[in-house]
Design a protein. Structure first.
Ligand SMILES: [Zn+2]
Length: 393
């Protein structure tokens, strides 16, 4: 289960390499303002293929950049997920706090609050399928405390609950965000969110690195989920999330590859290994076992998405989402316990991936699309986006 992603970012890999989160965002917002449907389609297909090849059966996506005049970005990625064949939880994201009103993003990439709520309703109406074997469920996801007004956060929560869909956002990713919240709202990020009705078992939050003990306890008490994104957090030098403490407090802690602009890889297996290694860097060698890391990538992820009774473990009565890896090759042969081989060894390509019983990857090859063609398309889309940026600046 991949619990956090921005598929469109696959078209902007390798940029702003030494930047902090805020510097990285400021450099990339104007590039993202130039995405169009074709770029979105190529990026989504590339990101979904990387996930499938690493054994991911279910993914979410958090799409929050909607440039004016580009109509169908959410539809395009939904179509891509259908083609590749992964179970999909797209989030209708949003930003309404532009620079002129004290936010971080330039005004050209933010939307009006009424437009956002209307588009959210439309997305749920058109695509959300609440049935138990659903291949597609929509969530609502205002982007972050520094790009969204408190009014939009509160109204989105109320609206999502009325419609029975889940809530997602970024939280406590950097110290800069903490300072922003203290300065603008006089409280730390978690208190800000809680005041707006945003803690609960229908919410999962990306990152959650900078938390104190009370905040970890509140997450556990409320059943609030976390999408832990170790590679992205390391790439941006943001810090290490207190995964062991969050799990002990009772929170579901799923894994996320995050957007490919802050993690030039999008394979979920690597995140499992890094979650284990980082937990141990922070808390010593007993902080997380290989089996616990596998649970983050599976059942904890399913809990974040509200689907633990349907997916996330191999049990009678659950849906036929199954990933099989070979561990008899040079990379893993001789490690007696297959879970240790899978988590602590190099992340292998999946041998067989079934989603709803359908083969997506077989004999380690993608069966639903041509991977080489996807690679050519994303190379050309990335080049075209870079050229659009040169013309614009
Ligand atoms: Zn993110």
């Amino acid at each position: 289960m991949n619990c956090h992603h921005h598929l469109y970012q696959w078209a902007t890999r390798g940029l702003a390499q030494q930047a902090t989160l805020f510097e990285w965002l400021v450099e990339l917002y104007p590039v993202w303002a130039l995405i169009d449907e074709e770029i979105e389609r190529s990026a989504a297909r590339a990101g979904l293929t990387a996930l499938a090849s690493s054994g991911c059966t279910t993914t979410t996506d958090h799409h929050y950049v909607f440039p004016r005049g580009v109509e169908n970005l959410l539809e395009v990625e939904i179509q891509a997920a259908k083609e590749i064949g992964l179970r999909f939880h797209p989030c209708r994201g949003s930003m309404d706090l532009g620079r002129s009103r004290g936010g971080l993003p330039p005004d050209q990439v933010v939307e009006d609050r009424d437009e956002i709520l209307a588009a959210s309703e439309e997305a749920i109406y058109s695509f959300h399928d609440p049935s138990p074997d659903s291949m597609l469920r929509v969530a609502l996801a205002p982007c972050s405390p520094f790009s969204v007004t408190p009014e939009l956060m509160a109204e989105t929560a109320e609206f999502a609950r009325k419609k029975g869909v889940r809530l997602h956002t970024h939280l406590a990713e950097t110290k800069d965000e903490e300072e922003f919240c203290l300065e603008q709202y006089g409280v730390r990020p978690v208190e800000y969110l809680e005041d707006l009705g945003w803690l609960g078992d229908d919410v999962w939050l990306a990152h959650c690195i900078h938390l104190n003990e009370d905040e970890i306890k509140r997450f556990g008490e409320t059943g609030t989920g976390i999408a832990h994104c170790p590679s992205s957090n390391a790439r941006l030098g943001a810090g290490i999330a207190p995964v062991t403490a969050l799990v002990r407090a009772g929170s579901p802690v799923g894994l996320g590859v995050d957007g490919a602009a802050s993690n030039e890889a999008g394979e979920l297996g690597m995140e499992m290994r890094e979650a284990l290694l980082f937990a141990r860097l922070a808390g010593g060698p007993a902080a997380l076992t290989a089996r616990e890391a596998l649970e983050l990538a599976t059942i904890h992820g399913a809990r974040c998405l509200g689907r633990e009774t349907e997916i996330g473990s191999l049990e009678v009565g659950k849906l036929a989402d199954v990933a099989l890896w070979r561990v008899d090759n040079l990379a893993h042969a001789g490690i007696e316990d297959p879970v240790t081989a899978l988590v602590l060894g190099p992340a292998p390509r999946v041998e067989l991936l079934l989603v709803n019983g359908e083969p997506i990857v077989q004999d380690a090859e993608l069966r639903t699309a041509d991977e080489l063609e996807i690679a050519r398309e994303i190379a050309s889309a990335s080049r075209r986006l870079a050229e659009k940026m040169e013309v614009a600046s």
